[in-house]
Design a protein around this ligand. Structure first.
Ligand SMILES: *[C@@H]1O[C@H](CO)[C@@H](O)[C@H](O)[C@H]1NC(C)=O
Ligand SMILES: *[C@@H]1O[C@H](CO)[C@@H](O)[C@H](O)[C@H]1NC(C)=O
Length: 251
């Protein structure tokens, strides 16, 4: 994926765009669980080929495995590549224990909340991103830790999806709500901040496919609109994902 940093206001547009990149068609979660006969056969074949290689128990469910096939258009070989890349990433970064780490320092500066769910019992992760000072984190040498914290956030809301599922809810995805009040070019769009945001959304796409139903940005600065800038579009065009871009803007 080619990453090109847009300058000035384009940066902000690029960020908003990136934040929405993971957006998939809002859909009823139960649809995620509905398979045609052909899809079921493909899933069974895929499962049989990978199950003995899966280190964590939650990975062995159809609920988890189906996503790799869907993300790769039911191509077993491509789905395997994607899944194995994820296993490698999880191992190298010790993701299996990330939820047990002490995040109190970052939780204070980068507030996120995981307590709520919508009326369909879908977990909602709320982030007060306007308060997040990426620039300060970068300047104080915390970018690595911030990258890890952002992975922690995804792992956390994805784990809530598994919990809801275990509690018998038809939940397959989470909802991400970004409160952008206070969003500023200075804090959020510094040249070294943008790669952090891009990396984060790539992490969502690559290692947690189809776990994020929608990213809704509220209180976005009114000067920001959905970008049509070809320059910015070009930036993310290469990743090969064709997703509908849609957003809900308030204020
Ligand atoms: C977490 O780390 C903070 C310092 O960053 C420390 O004050 C706190 O006691 C730690 N909490 C636990 C449960 O270890
Ligand atoms: C989940 O969905 C299935 C069919 O899609 C339905 O039969 C079942 O009652 C639903 N369960 C809950 C708890 O809503």
């Amino acid at each position: 994926m080619k990453i090109q940093v847009c300058m000035g206001h384009h940066c902000l547009l690029a960020i908003i765009f990136v934040l929405q990149w993971n957006l998939v068609l809002p859909q009823v979660d139960s649809k995620d669980l509905h398979l045609t006969f052909e899809e079921k056969t493909t899933l069974d074949t895929f499962k049989q080929q990978v199950i003995h290689l899966l280190p964590e128990e939650f990975m062995k469910s159809d609920f988890y495995l189906i996503r790799w096939l869907r993300a790769r258009n039911w191509d077993i070989s491509d789905a395997k590549t994607m899944l194995f890349d994820t296993l490698k990433w999880r191992k190298e970064n010790k993701i299996h224990s990330i939820l047990q780490e002490n995040w109190s320092d970052l939780e204070q500066d980068f507030p996120a909340n995981f307590e709520s769910s919508d009326k369909m019992f879908r977990p909602i992760c709320t982030m007060e991103m306007g308060e997040w000072d990426f620039r300060l984190a970068v300047l104080t040498g915390k970018s690595q830790r911030l990258n890890r914290y952002l992975a922690y956030i995804i792992e956390r809301y994805v784990s809530d999806v598994f919990k809801a599922q275990a509690a018998g809810r038809n939940v397959t995805r989470a909802l991400v709500l970004v409160d952008a009040e206070g969003f500023s070019l200075r804090k959020h769009a510094c040249p070294l901040c943008i790669p952090i945001l891009i990396r984060w959304t790539v992490t969502m796409e690559m290692y947690y496919p189809q776990f994020t139903n929608e990213i809704i940005i509220i209180n976005a600065p009114t000067t920001v609109s959905i970008p049509h800038s070809p320059q910015c579009y070009q930036t993310f065009h290469d990743s090969g994902y064709k997703r509908r871009i849609e957003s809900i803007w308030y204020g």
